[in-house]
Design a protein around this ligand. Structure first.
Ligand code: SF4
Ligand code: ZN
Length: 312
């Protein structure tokens, strides 16, 4: 099959037409840069922290953020922040890829860990806390550390590698669980309103599919380990992912349809959440980080873990 724009061999069929390597790369980069501009994900004085793990999405967004700054002659501070959750036979490998990548492209890298912060790796925590899925512990601690250390390094934006598939999955998860309050936090720019303790999270890969991002990272020859986290299969998300992939195959455009519909109702969800949120945000009495109750979720999990260890 030939590219829609030239005589070269196609490497992918995009929504409307096949594309060769060069035209696909141009299309992909153009889409990311347009998203940054349209949603003002990077402003002139922003100090940028890229949440990185060494996976395909984070290496792609690290590379493209650097490229975007260079092409637009911007001098924003940029660094990568990685969280080592302590997932044996998995995270240590992706962190090696990340260190190599940052060295190659001259990007400062900071690594923080569950072990240092919470005195427990994810592997240790999941074996001690019953009734909590590893992804639930991981998600809470990971978001906590990214926000805390991005803020400590004076970052004004945390750039994440979430792609269109990730977002479509989370939208459905929140709808299925009737979490419209949480759904209001989604979108290319997360959060409902700016807050001193929260560093705003932004998603330049918002309109890029998983398939496109994977192909981009392969064509750019990034050193990526495509293995999945060993805990992924235990999560609710993986079932939503499989269902969505199945639907996408039968009805192409399903995922994009979810995103488009969601973006139309997002302003309404945000307004509703704003009305309900008035005065709700507090500071955790244990650690001082933002919380909706007296103790934040990260401290609650750490406390549960301590109790489980004492009972042992
Ligand atoms: Fe953490 Fe679950 Fe993702 Fe693994 S799959 S990194 S445990 S959230
Ligand atoms: Zn706390």
């Amino acid at each position: 099959m030939k590219c829609h724009n030239c005589e070269r061999k196609a490497v992918i069929t995009l929504q409307h037409a096949p594309a060769c390597e060069m035209h696909f790369i141009n299309y992909f980069e153009d889409k990311v840069f347009k998203t940054i501009k349209k949603y003002q994900l990077i402003k002139l004085n922003d100090s940028l922290c890229v949440a990185a793990s060494g996976g395909k999405d984070s290496l792609t967004i690290l590379y493209l953020t650097k490229k975007y700054l260079k092409e637009n002659n911007l001098k924003n501070k940029l660094f990568a922040l990685a969280v080592d959750e302590g997932i044996k036979d998995y995270r240590e490998h992706t962190l090696i890829d990340l260190k190599e990548f940052c060295k190659k492209y001259g990007i400062e890298l900071k690594i923080v860990s569950f072990k240092e912060e919470f005195d427990s790796t994810l592997d240790e925590a999941k074996s001690k806390i019953n009734g909590k899925k590893p992804c639930n512990i991981c998600g809470v601690w990971r978001r906590y550390l990214l926000n805390k250390y991005a803020r400590e390094e004076n970052a004004t934006k945390v750039i994440t590698g979430h792609n269109l598939d990730d977002e479509a999955q989370v939208i459905l998860m929140n709808i299925f669980k009737a979490n419209t309050g949480l759904a209001a936090q989604l979108g290319p720019v997360t959060g409902i309103k700016e807050h001193d303790l929260f560093v705003q999270r932004v998603k330049p890969l918002y309109f890029c599919t998983e398939k496109e991002t994977k192909l981009y990272s392969i064509l750019k020859k990034f050193q990526v380990n495509f293995a999945e986290c060993p805990n992924a299969q235990e999560g609710y998300r993986v079932q939503i992912r499989d269902m969505l992939n199945d639907f996408e195959q039968k009805y192409p455009g399903t995922k994009q349809g979810i995103i488009n519909s969601f973006l139309e109702i997002l302003p309404l969800l945000k307004n509703k959440a704003l009305e309900q949120e008035n005065g709700k945000l507090k500071q955790c009495q244990e650690c001082g980080e933002p919380a909706t109750q007296n103790i934040c979720n990260a401290c609650k999990i750490a406390e549960e873990l301590k109790c489980a260890v004492i009972q042992d």
